[in-house]
Write a protein that binds this ligand. Sequence first.
Ligand code: LLP
Length: 431
Amino acid sequence: MLSSNITVGENGHLYFAGQDTVALAEQYGTPLYLMDEGRIRDNMRMYRRAFSESFGPEALPLYASKANAFKRIYEIAKEEGMGVDVVSSGEIYTAVRAGFPMERAYFHSNNKTDWDIAFAMDQGVGYFVVDNREELDAIDRIAGEKGIRQKILLRLTPGIDPHTYEAVATGQVDSKFGTAIETGQAREMVSYTLGLPHIDLKGFHCHVGSQVFGEDVYERASDIMLTFLAQCRREFGAALEQLDMGGGYGVRYVDSDGYVDIPAAIARVAAHMKAKCAELGMDLPEIHMEPGRSIAADAGMTLYTVGTVKKITGYKNYVSVDGGMTDNPRYALYGSKYTVYLASRPTDPCDLPCDVVGRCCESGDIIQPKVDLPEPRRGEILAVCTTGAYNYSMASNYNRVARPAMVMVTPEKSYVAVKRESLEDLVRNDV
Ligand code: LLP
C-alpha cells in the first residue's frame, strides 16, 4: 500500500488509519473526505522535533493552512505547538474561531485589501508577510490609525527555479509574489520599510514552490537569503531576527514518486545554513518554514461510490464516481497523479484499465486517467489516496454539487469535523 496508514483488514477491505473504509462510507455517506488525526499530529511533531534539533528551540514550523483549512485542524495545530500561515480573512476567521493563538499566525497573500489588513490587525495576527510596496504603505497607514506597530516579514524572491510544475513555482524573479533581490528592488524596499513609523521589520521570507523534490533547492535559496540578510544587517544596522524559508517539500502520490526524508533534509539545510552564517560572520536567525502538503496530504483519503461503469468497445473504459473535480480539481488543474483502490476488494486482480471520472458536465472532470482496477460494480466504494492537501481547500460547488463531509479518523473512533453541505446550503445566499 502507498502509505503506512493504508492497510488491508482481515475482512479484505481497505483500512485507513485503522478503520474499515467501506464501513465509514456506509456510516457517513459519500463522497467523503477522511483525515487521519494521528498522521496530522505525527507530521506536525516530526517538523517540531526536526526544527528544534536542527535549528534550535526558537525555530518554529508554521502549518500552511491553505493546504486544508477547517476549525479542527487549527485546533490540532494549536495543540501541537505549531504556528500557522494564513492567506485570507477567511483562514484568519477560521483560525480565530478555533481558538488558535493568533500571535503565532503569519498573514500571507500578494494582494491584501485594506479590509483584510484591518481585520487581521483586529484579530491580533502576529506577523504580516508583506509582498509589495503598496501593501507596506497600507499596513503602515492602518497600523497608524489603530495606534499599533505591526511586526512584518518582507517576502522576497531569491531567483530559484525549484523544478516543480509551473503553476506552483514561486521563487523566480518574475514571480507574481514578493520582491526581487536580483533587481535591487528588495534592497530599496528594506531601506524604505525601516523608515516607516508603524512597521517593525522582523526579517525576510521566501517560498520557492510546492511539491519540491530537488536535493539542494533550500540550500541554494538560503545562500541567497542569508547573504542578503547579512548585507542588510551591515548596511542598515537592522536586527532582522527571522528568516522564513517557506513550504514545499514534496509528498508521494503514487508508488513511483520520490520520497523526501524531511528530518534528514532539514538537518542538511540547517548544517548548510549554519556554515553559511559562519562564513558571513553572523548568528543564525530564527528559522521558520511553512509546510502544508507534507503535513496534510498523506493524512487524507477520499471515498466515493461507483456509479456508471462504461465500456466503449475498442476504445476505453470509464468508472464514474459521485464526486469529481468539485472535491478534487488537481488532475484537471495540474495533471496530478493519484493512487486509487477499490475499497471493498483492494487485493483482487486489477483487470479493468479505466479512467476514473467525476459527475460534472465536463470532459475534463477526471480524477485519474489510466488506472487499473478490479472491475467495480455500481455501489462499490472507491478510495483515492493522499487527498489531505489542496482538495477540500480547493473544492467548489460547480454544477451545484454539494461539498463532501470531512471525517476525522483515529484507530479508536471517527467523528465529523466538517458537515456535508446540504441542498439548502447551496441556495443559502441566493436572494
Ligand atoms: N508558503 C507559501 C508562501 C505558499 O505559497 C505555500 C503554497 C506554502 C507555504 C505551502 O507549500 P506546501 O508545503 O504545501 O508545498 N494548489 C497547489 C499547491 C499550491 C501551493 C501554494 N502555496 C496544488 O494543489 O498542488
